[in-house]
Design a protein. Structure first.
Length: 305
């Protein structure tokens, strides 16, 4: 089996990266590349697919996975993706039940089960890309903007909590139109909109607990505007577990979702920002072959992260 590893040496701790690099180099069937930018990562994935490698491995965080997935599209049929988590968030690996330790996850390259999962296409008036985990806008997008590389390096996973605290007192009310499939556009007052294929974002926040990455549907979670103290309670529920039973939160599903807001709502697509609207999300059912952990279940009710 020929394995092509796209390795983000800047993700995670230097110690973890060095240990993983050493283990990978011990294998005789591995081609290892270390691109210096997201665009170089995308091109490396496209090259690996063109050269018909048996497995393409994203060794890094969710941003690395995002770039690799975009290199594999738009025709994902011939690619098989594995993930070795090295990043700060590593949110997709939670849905796929991949071990947190990259050295433990390495065992899946030889014995991991294979599944077909959905991806989604993101279109704005001037650009297109693919996502595999979540797209989060509003409060989530503001939080991503508040994070800096220095905060991530200093605080690690706690950086996401600090980012939330920074923007919570100054939430923006978005006057938003949301259209699901071919239905009418609905006007909502929202502070947050999440379009989800996976279940987690921002280092393990369970933002879409019912999402099934194999059902051909996107979960659309809307947090509605409300009094500050009520929204603080919603944030506490999010941090503590699940917020979908809140009166300020609605969950619906669709194959296609279009969002347009005033002011414009920045979206983070698997951690990568897009600030242009209208923005449309379209599911591509069971498009991507991925290697999953032993505890993976597409039905979220039966899986513990």
């Amino acid at each position: 089996m020929r394995i092509f590893v796209i390795f983000n040496s800047k993700a995670g701790s230097a110690k973890s990266a060095e240990a993983l690099r050493a283990r990978l180099k011990e294998r005789g069937n591995v081609t290892l590349v270390e691109p210096e930018s997201p665009e170089a990562t995308r091109l490396a994935a496209a090259r690996a697919k063109q050269e018909s490698y048996d497995m393409i491995v994203a060794a890094g965080g969710d941003g690395t996975i995002h770039a690799v997935v975009n290199g594999l599209g738009p025709d994902f049929g011939g690619a098989r993706l594995a993930v070795l988590p090295l990043g700060t968030g590593n949110d997709l690996r939670r849905t796929l039940a991949i071990p947190e330790d990259p050295l433990e996850a390495l065992n899946l390259l030889d014995g991991g089960a294979e599944r077909l999962i959905d991806v989604f296409r993101v279109d704005t008036p001037s650009q297109s890309c693919f996502g595999v985990n979540t797209a989060s806008g509003g409060f989530s997008g503001q939080m991503q903007e508040a994070l800096t590389k220095e905060m991530k390096a200093t605080w690690g996973p706690l950086a996401y909590l600090r980012g939330a605290v920074a923007v919570l007192p100054d939430l923006t009310d978005y006057h938003t139109l949301i259209q699901l499939d071919d239905g009418p556009a609905e006007r909502v007052a929202a502070i947050n909109v999440i379009v989800a294929n996976g279940r987690y974002a921002a280092h393990g926040w369970n933002v879409a607990s019912q999402a099934n990455p194999e059902d051909g549907l996107l979960d659309v979670v809307t947090v509605h505007s409300g009094p500050f103290f009520d929204l603080t309670a919603v944030a506490a529920q999010l941090l503590g577990g699940d917020y979908l039973n809140s009166d300020h939160v609605t969950l619906r599903q669709a194959r296609r979702v279009q969002v347009q807001s005033r002011p414009e709502m920045w979206f983070s697509i698997d951690g990568e920002p897009i600030g242009e609207e209208p923005i449309t999300f379209t599911v591509i059912p069971r498009a991507l072959r991925v290697i999953v952990g032993a505890d993976y279940r597409p039905d979220a009710v039966t899986q513990t992260p």
